[in-house]
Design a protein around this ligand. Structure first.
Ligand code: IMP
Length: 449
């Protein structure tokens, strides 16, 4: 079967972009199937750094077709900015990029709603969204009556559609008086229509029925790489709701977002960082708001690609990652940023939670339980070696072997790829079955934090 899928198993930012870039060479198509310009991936290639949000990083390679499917919400301005950036740096985009005509389009009212609504969770909390209008655009998609898809931008009644939606949105937005703030200015339907008509013309060469293209591709044995955005713990249905994104960012989203049935996928790679990070609100049970967290943030350059917000950092949470590995049908693991752990005397992996005095290894379905969860850690020896030069598993110190073996054991899957730096070359590939051969030392302790 011709499909490979790359899924982040944590709260996003697992360095999936690097892995996708590496795997692209073995595929004919690279597909984004959910999320939007809230995602950010950084690829370092040939000494150059590329930051992409909507366009699959496969665009950097020749001979690969990049596809943005209908499960994505598309901000045309972001897409055009990325296309222009790529072309100005000598990357050919025309003929290599397809955008689904089913993709729902992000409009200024979505961004306005995102900014107005975040912070109004019942109880007063904030999701801490990226402010890119993602949630409101998905809300309109599900609501249907105010939704506009990319294909609609080319219809004769596009202007009437904009008038209808803007009239409704203006009544909604201008009546919305945030406490202590002023209601937003009314939207100008004519100006938005002109702007989006121009965007539509610019994007016209890329628009296609991508579901048909991809079904033809898999049925003809072409190799397709599905690139998940965000991480499985941010999945709208199965993540840490309500502190999630608005799409199915776990493996369950591949088929619905792309239109390609799961039966065509035979390799699911779960990507984890060697530790945990989270940006925005919501529980992070293993968070280290101390010198350890600082070490991880500074060594791992843990600042958001899209919003530049500092990421919250903590120990690896095996309870959470085991749950999402099962949820996403993961066959094998890629452990990224292992080098960042260098210099810490001991390392901890959360192997269970204590919730109200009960020890649990099942990831809680209710946010309140997760908020009260106290991690139970297994302590492992650290290493002082600089791993960034390691190219084979034999180059890693025994403590790093032990750490990888522990992750593999907890998640019940082999670790087949290890990343020790941002460059393509800083990657160790192991035989898929070799995960079991990482040597696991005896734990030095196990206690609630
Ligand atoms: P939204 O996707 O902008 O609605 O944000 C919802 C939550 O998902 C917030 O906590 C964001 O910080 C988080 N989020 C969205 N996209 C990403 C991502 O690509 N990496 C990490 N977190 C993300």
């Amino acid at each position: 079967m011709p499909g490979t899928c790359v899924i982040g198993l944590q709260w996003g930012d697992e360095a999936k972009g690097k892995l996708v870039d590496i795997l692209t060479g073995e595929h004919d198509f690279v597909v984004r199937y959910q999320g939007g310009a809230n995602a950010g991936h950084t690829v370092v290639s040939g000494g150059e750094t590329w930051k992409l949000s909507l366009i699959p990083s496969g665009i950097l390679r020749d001979g690969v077709q990049c596809v943005v499917t209908g499960g994505v919400v598309l901000d045309p301005a972001s897409a055009i900015r990325e296309i222009d950036m790529l072309e100005s740096r000598g990357v050919t985009v025309t003929g290599k990029l397809l955008l689904s005509d089913r993709t729902h389009v992000v409009f200024p009212w979505h961004v306005a709603e995102d900014r107005l609504l975040d912070g109004s969770l019942s109880g007063g909390g904030a999701i801490g969204t990226t402010g890119r209008g993602i949630g409101p655009c998905y809300r309109d998609k599900v609501g249907r009556s105010l939704a506009i898809r990319l294909g609609d931008l080319y219809r004769d009644d596009f202007r009437q559609r904009i008038d209808h939606v803007v009239d409704f949105k203006n009544r909604l937005l201008t009546s919305w008086q945030p406490s202590g703030g002023t209601a937003p200015e009314p939207l100008d339907a004519k100006a938005i229509h002109t702007q989006y008509r121009d965007y539509a013309e610019r994007l016209r060469p890329f628009v296609a029925d991508t579901t048909a293209v991809l079904l033809d591709a898999v049925e003809n044995g072409r190799r397709v790489l599905f690139e998940g955005a965000q991480g499985a713990l941010l999945d709208i249905d199965h993540g840490t709701f309500p502190f999630v994104t608005s799409s199915n960012s776990s493996g369950v989203g591949v088929a619905s977002g792309s239109g390609v049935p799961g039966r065509w996928i035979d390799r699911v790679i779960g990507v984890v960082k060697a530790y945990s990070t989270r940006v925005g609100g919501g529980p992070l049970p293993t968070e280290q708001d101390n010198a350890i967290g600082l070490h991880l943030r500074e060594r791992g350059r843990e600042y958001g690609t899209v919003t530049m917000r500092p990421r919250r950092c903590g120990w690896f949470d095996a309870v959470a990652a085991r749950y999402t590995a099962r949820l996403s049908g993961v066959d094998e693991l890629a452990v990224m940023l292992l080098d960042v752990l260098g210099g810490l005397d001991e390392l901890k992996i959360c192997s269970a939670y204590e919730i109200d005095g009960r020890r649990v290894t099942q990831f809680p379905s209710q946010i309140g339980d997760l908020e009260r969860a106290v991690p139970v850690y297994e302590t492992l020896p650290g290493w002082s070696d600089d791993l960034t030069g390691a190219r084979r598993s034999a180059d890693l110190p025994s403590a790093a072997h032990g750490y990888l073996a522990a992750i593999s054991d907890f998640l019940g899957r082999p670790v087949s790829i290890v990343s020790v730096g941002p460059d393509r070359e800083q990657t160790i590939f192991c035989d898929r079955a070799q995960g079991t051969s990482w040597q696991r030392p005896q734990p030095t302790g196990s206690a609630p934090a």
